[in-house]
Write a new protein. Structure first.
Length: 214
């Protein structure tokens, strides 16, 4: 079996689509601003916890102007349970102020503009682009990084290099869904620190499984 090939990536994609037919972004949102906020809050926090917090948060703060003008202490209290709430509150206020000042309060739909916002890196930008705007992107979180390395789809450690490797292996129409599939597989089977290889539907095309001598 050759690893890190388009053929392997296609087999992984097809097998995981069968395993996780309902794979999708698990953050709750109704518009690009809500997804951007939720994704920032999701750093070092579970999507489940973020969804609990944003249920009330999105009713209280409806526009970028609302976040930009929010009392920082109140905003910190509103997002406290997501962790790192001091830094997240500062990022939300600064990011929202930039949206108001530069984009009339609207979330821009391109990578360059998004990563220019406070607290927004390529991972967050790709989440927003792929799920709120329908613009394909590979989201490299801890699950995507771990699973793609174990499979042998990449030998890189840096998220941006992993993103570039996966983009080369798949048609752009599959980028967003492939990210969802690897996240679902990482949460359910290919866990850290020990994957459940015997229950894995793609173990026969996985370098980690082969190297383990299975």
């Amino acid at each position: 079996m050759k690893y890190g090939t388009k053929q392997q990536a296609a087999k992984v994609h097809d097998a995981l689509v069968g395993q996780y037919p309902n794979a999708k972004c698990t953050l709750d949102f109704k518009n690009p601003l809500q997804l951007l906020v939720a994704t920032i809050l999701a750093a070092q926090c579970t999507d489940e916890r973020v969804n609990i917090v944003t249920k009330d948060l999105f009713r209280k703060y409806r526009t970028a102007k609302d976040y930009a003008e929010a009392d920082i202490v109140a905003l910190e209290a509103d997002i406290r349970s997501t962790g790192f709430f001091h830094n997240k509150a500062k990022a939300l206020k600064k990011m929202s102020a930039e949206l108001v000042a530069n984009y009339k309060g609207q979330v821009p739909g391109d990578m360059e503009s998004l990563v220019g916002l406070a607290g927004v890196g390529r991972k967050t930008a790709n989440v927003v682009l792929g799920n709120a705007f329908g613009i394909p992107g590979v989201v490299v979180d801890t699950h995507v990084s771990r699973v793609s390395q174990r499979l042998g789809l990449t030998d890189r450690k840096e998220p941006e290099k992993i993103e570039a490797d996966l983009m080369k292996l798949l048609p752009d129409s599959d980028w967003t869904m492939f990210s969802h599939l690897l996240v679902f597989h990482g949460r359910n089977v290919c866990k850290a620190p020990k994957p459940d290889c015997e229950r894995c539907v793609i173990n026969r095309i996985c370098r980690y499984y082969a190297d383990a001598g299975a």
